[in-house]
Design a protein around this ligand. Structure first.
Ligand code: ZN
Length: 433
């Protein structure tokens, strides 16, 4: 009905029908562009009228679909894309369009980091070259992993030899969290088009390798943090450094046991927690998730598990929708800045540690609460984000809990800003306390 109406409108305008909604014929390339509308969809036109910060970010987005589309949901599992006639014409022959983007500013030497000092030792770093999926103009900047690694090396915080390449998680590890049917579809390339659409990232063999590696990287980061905690516990003097390790990747907190969504395919953090519990290396864990988007996959996976405490601080009026309850949620209003954010985070961390004492913390350190983020609607500065990280690490240190860091989201208009925020997180973890 709506499809027919849309075609009639376009015919009256003298243009060919611009889009087809038959889900059975979605190519990966089409999925890549159309699926990205999901984030914007949550910020409905009604919400955007009220939330100026989000509209401002959306207008300035480098990613064309966020500028031109106003997607709405019509019926169950059905996407209707409302777009301007100009854009409709450009999409008339294919589902995907080719966009002209400004040249990316990705080279490491272009990044200027106000680094605290040269040769500051950093925690164990886990990274694999195959984390970078080379997605081109996709809003998900998978190159950021490589750029974070390059920045740490270029500024002498680490050498290439210091960086640990993870082994991929075993299928057995993955199956502790994900359903056999979903894992089978991922491994055999038999996901349905609507399942790829929901992942919002193009399916490929490289993607599957990368997410298995990311899960292995989070297992490795957790093991390294626990080993450091053990070493500092056996030392005679009281250590003033935090037992911490970093997976320069991961944090895929929107993945569910039976499906992926929001750029997340495999829930690496949950896989790592389940593996360490299986090994009896830990009994309990806490997930501290400061990504601007709610950790819906984390909340769902550990919903009925008293051994894992999940805390998410996120923008309320943003993807995902619905938001299954975490053990503790901080639903933030749009557009809040550093001071307001930090006071709320402090109060919630205090409450989390009053209620629960974990053997290990997983920190999902998203860079997207940043004021220039294309998919976020908060107004934190880079300095505010650095103070956010320091606050989390102070709590971990005060309660003497080892911490494994994953990077999670970050979609700043300038990739260099996202990289800077992630590097700052790693450096903040290195600070003596
Ligand atoms: Zn996010």
């Amino acid at each position: 009905m709506l499809r027919a109406l849309a075609r009639r409108v376009l015919r009256v305008l003298g243009r060919a029908p611009a889009f087809h909604l038959r889900r059975a014929h979605v190519t990966p390339a089409a999925a890549r562009h159309r699926a990205l509308l999901r984030h914007a969809r949550i910020r409905s036109r009604h919400q955007c009228k009220r939330h100026r910060q989000q509209r401002h970010n959306q207008r300035r987005s480098l990613y064309p679909p966020h500028r031109h589309f106003s997607p709405v949901r019509s019926r169950k599992n059905r996407l209707v894309v409302v777009c301007t006639p100009r854009i409709a014409t450009s999409l008339s022959t294919h589902h995907s369009a080719s966009y002209t983007l400004p040249p990316p500013q990705l080279d490491c030497h272009l990044l200027s980091f106000p680094l605290p000092s040269l040769f500051m030792p950093v925690p164990p770093l886990i990274y694999h070259d195959r984390y970078d999926l080379h997605l081109g103009s996709h809003v998900f900047p998978s190159q950021k992993y490589r750029l974070v690694r390059d920045a740490l090396i270029a500024n002498h915080h680490a050498s290439a030899a210091d960086i640990i390449a993870p082994a991929p998680a075993s299928d057995e590890d993955i199956l502790r969290v994900h359903t056999p049917a979903y894992v089978h579809k991922l491994k055999t390339g038999t996901l349905a088009p609507h399942e790829i659409l929901r992942m919002e990232i193009p399916y490929s063999n490289e993607l599957i390798d990368a997410v298995w590696l990311a899960a292995g990287g989070s297992i490795e980061a957790a093991r390294s943090a626990l080993a450091l905690a053990l070493a500092s516990a056996s030392a005679s003097s009281k250590s003033n450094s935090l037992p911490v390790a970093v997976n320069i990747g991961g944090g895929f907190h929107h993945a569910f046991p039976d499906h992926g969504e929001g750029f997340c395919v495999i829930h690496d953090v949950a896989v790592a927690i389940r593996r360490l519990q299986h090994d009896r290396a830990i009994r309990t864990a806490m997930v501290i998730d400061t990504d601007v988007h709610h950790g819906n996959g984390t909340a769902a996976i550990f919903a009925r598990d008293p051994s894992v405490f999940t805390f998410s601080i996120h923008q309320e009026h943003n993807y995902p929708e619905p938001k299954p309850p975490s053990s503790l949620d901080a639903n933030l209003p749009d557009g809040i800045g550093d001071e307001h954010y930090l006071s709320i985070l402090d109060a919630h961390l205090s409450r989390a540690f009053r209620e629960f004492h974990p053997d290990l913390i997983f920190y999902v350190a998203g860079a997207d609460p940043y004021c220039e983020d294309q998919l976020g609607g908060l107004s934190l500065t880079i300095e505010g984000l650095r103070r956010r990280d320091a606050l989390v690490f102070d709590y971990a240190h005060r309660h003497r809990v080892p911490i494994a860091i994953t990077l999670a989201g970050g979609y700043a208009r300038q990739v260099a800003d996202t990289v800077k925020i992630h590097v700052n997180t790693i450096l903040a973890a290195s600070m003596p306390r």
